[in-house]
Design a protein around this ligand. Structure first.
Ligand code: F6P
Length: 319
């Protein structure tokens, strides 16, 4: 069979591991690997190329994706989805693997209702906001990038007796903020899933300040839109000289951790195994309770990811 892989939407560390394994494993199994460059835009424009080991040599340790990615506006139009499907047919592609997030899966779901695709998705986003899977490729590396930044900010915050508000990515999902706040011991965490209770936080901080606390670290999810307001509140209510750091796109890049490389390999193998045994699939590879599985894309895109209640409890946000 001829199988193709592409990235779509925001990139995430570990994509190159998945791409490399995709090519190597296809060849090992006697199948033909193809690479689609530039995401959905490249699919529309027929940037599809048969791959060899050479195309994926020396890429394991690199963040980003050597086949690149895109957020395609054209793909919202039927005529371009049709063109994309025709390109797959023209190149004789029997199965397609898409490394993407929620938006990309929605796009593929739409396309596969219109055309007979054999498609499988690999959840790939640092946001970890895809329903049906506990883990999305790239999350571990992003968490480590944030941890490294928070550890460094702690050093300067504690030296100057300041408050720091650090904004992390995640779109509407507070996963990165919640896990980073827990593992870095931040005093404040704001996530879109829970309304922040400033009077409760103030009471706790005033007590701690009276008993020697000299600095404060607040981790704020971008989806709250409250970074500036929390900084102002720390200045005005608690009298801290406050600095804001928006970590931004550094969270998306960087050398993938060992975990993300291993997960990239495993996701790719499961995706290929599944495509080889199906003629028409519309599923996503998911990871739950330490095992890989498959979930219908309809279920993935029609449900909303929920934060693990255990993590919420660890944050004590509801006090
Ligand atoms: O979905 C991944 C993500 O990095 C989000 O955390 C962030 O909100 C968004 O993408 C940024 O998108 P862009 O790279 O288009 O600015």
């Amino acid at each position: 069979m001829a199988l193709a892989i592409m990235g779509s939407g925001g990139d995430a560390p570990g994509m190159n591991a998945a791409i490399k394994k995709f090519v190597d494993y296809c060849v090992d199994r006697g199948e033909e690997p193809y690479l689609i460059y530039d995401g959905l835009e490249g699919l529309i424009d027929d940037r599809i190329k048969k791959a060899t080991h050479h195309d994926v040599a020396g890429i394991l340790h690199r963040g980003g994706a050597v086949i690149r990615s895109s957020r395609s506006k054209r793909f919202f139009e039927y005529e371009y989805r049709k063109q994309a499907y025709e390109n797959l047919k023209k190149n004789g592609i029997d199965g397609l693997v898409v490394l993407g997030g929620d938006g990309s899966f929605r796009a593929m779901d739409r396309m596969s209702h219109e055309f007979p695709l054999n498609f499988v998705g690999i959840p790939t986003t640092i946001d970890n906001d895809i329903y049906g899977t506990e883990y999305c490729l790239g999350v571990d590396t992003a968490l480590n990038t944030i941890r490294d930044a928070l550890d460094k900010i702690y050093d300067t915050a504690s030296t100057f007796n300041r408050a720091f508000v650090v904004e992390v990515m995640g779109r509407e999902c507070g996963y990165l903020a919640a896990i980073s706040a827990i593992s870095s011991g931040a005093e404040i965490c704001a996530i879109p899933e829970v309304d922040i209770n400033l009077p409760v936080i103030e009471k706790k901080l005033r007590y701690e300040i009276a008993h020697g606390r000299r600095y404060v670290l607040a981790v704020v999810a971008e989806g709250t839109g409250k970074t500036g307001a929390i900084a102002e509140w720390l200045e005005e209510n608690l009298g801290f000289e406050t600095r804001v750091t928006v970590l931004g796109h550094i969270q998306r890049g960087g050398v993938p951790t060992t975990y993300d490389r291993m997960m990239g390999f495993e996701f790719a193998v499961h995706a290929i195994d599944h495509l080889l045994e199906s003629e028409r699939s519309n599923k996503v590879v998911v990871w739950n309770d330490g095992e890989f599985g498959l979930m219908e894309i309809d279920d993935v895109v029609s449900n909303k990811y929920q934060l693990n209640p255990h993590h919420l409890a660890m944050l004590n946000l509801l006090d």
